[in-house]
Design a protein. Structure first.
Length: 107
């Protein structure tokens, strides 16, 4: 296969020891990151979202400052899920011009 002028072997033909795997405990599980979010409160200054890796258990909060579009975590924890939700929310805002009611991001 040719990708941007580079010869790349399809994954099924690649030597197993050369395959890239996740560094997540337990190895590659098919999805590197999955996060769901839902708007819970919006006022003139901020938007508050609940978010989490399971749509039925979005126990964390992400707060967006509408003035500068900066986000902060309700529990102070800045991790991959928080950053992923923050980026997706801001991306959806850029596209639609309004804060999304809900969404998800997978990579």
């Amino acid at each position: 296969m040719d990708v941007y002028g580079l010869a790349v072997a399809p994954l099924r033909e690649m030597e197993p020891s050369l395959r890239v795997t996740s560094t997540v405990k337990g190895g590659y599980n098919g999805v590197a990151g999955l996060v769901y979010f839902k708007k819970t409160v919006e006022d003139a200054d901020a938007v508050v979202y609940s978010f989490g890796e399971d749509a039925s258990e979005m126990t964390r909060q992400l707060i967006v400052d509408k003035g500068n579009r900066r986000t902060r975590s309700g529990d102070g924890g800045i991790d991959y899920s928080f950053l992923k939700a923050s980026r997706k929310i801001n991306s959806m805002y850029e596209q639609a011009g309004e804060w999304p009611d809900c969404g998800m991001s997978a990579s």
